[in-house]
Design a protein around this ligand. Structure first.
Ligand code: ADP
Ligand code: 5GP
Length: 205
């Protein structure tokens, strides 16, 4: 069985990661979401163990010490990190595993797992990003402003990603991510066994 893809998706806050991923998961049964651990407080509607594992700073630091994090970082004063176990188990079982993480974590993953596929989602403009963040209505004005400032620091890191997806029309953005994943699965390195199988069959013709 082929190993699943390790897919890193990053975008500035409000860039549309969550919205695009919801559509992708509805369309792909073979995909698993890596649930991150964080020390930030849950937003209304977020469920522990589904959206994040909500933990204390002490619990997070224990996980770091015990080597349980594949990557981690601090973002606007809170820890965020990817628990190693599920990612390794699921990719070995052939599932495509999606990490929805920010740019520092994205570069840690690229360094550790160079064969991962990384996608940066870009909003059409800062004005649209601001409108979407305000429209989401999940943060107070001060936090929205912090996230917009942070976006300006994050967007230059797009250069370290394999692909850029423009999130203007949602449907186009989802189709583009689907196309990337399809193409990644067709790379020669991922299909060496199939090529060999066809060649071995040739002896029986
Ligand atoms: P992120 O997960 O990157 O922080 P979200 O997926 O929560 O971003 O998107 C931020 C807001 O923008 C949400 O209210 C979402 O409904 C809206 N949004 C996302 N993508 C689009 C799009 N293509 N067109 C219009 N609104 C969008
Ligand atoms: P939010 O608070 O909006 O859920 O997330 C803030 C930022 O942290 C987003 O850019 C999100 O993608 C990122 N993030 C979420 N989980 C992780 C993680 O496990 N590791 C890293 N490095 N970033 C994460």
């Amino acid at each position: 069985m082929n190993k699943g893809l390790l897919v890193v998706i990053s975008a500035p806050s409000g860039g549309g990661k969550g919205t695009i991923l919801k559509e992708l998961f509805a369309r792909n049964e073979n995909m698993r979401f890596s649930v991150s651990a964080t020390t930030r407080a849950p937003r209304p509607g977020e469920v522990d163990g589904v959206d994040y594992y909500f933990v204390t700073r002490e619990q997070f630091e224990d996980m770091i010490r015990e080597g349980k994090m594949l990557e981690y970082t601090q973002y606007l004063g809170n820890y965020y990190g990817t628990p190693r176990g599920p990612v390794e188990d699921w990719t070995a079982q052939g599932y495509d595993v999606v990490l929805e993480i920010e740019v520092q974590g994205g570069s840690q993953i690229k360094a550790k797992v160079p064969e991962c596929v990384s996608v940066f989602i870009l909003p059409p403009s800062m004005q649209v990003l601001s409108k979407r963040l305000h429209g989401r209505g999940t943060e107070d004005e001060e936090t929205v402003q912090k996230r917009l400032k942070k976006a300006i620091q994050e967007i230059p890191h797009a250069k370290d990603y394999d692909y850029i997806v423009f999130n203007d029309r949602l449907e186009d953005a989802v189709e583009d991510v689907q196309a990337i994943l399809r193409a990644e699965k067709l790379k020669y390195e991922k299909n060496i066994e199939s090529v060999e199988r066809v060649l071995n069959d040739a002896e029986t013709v």
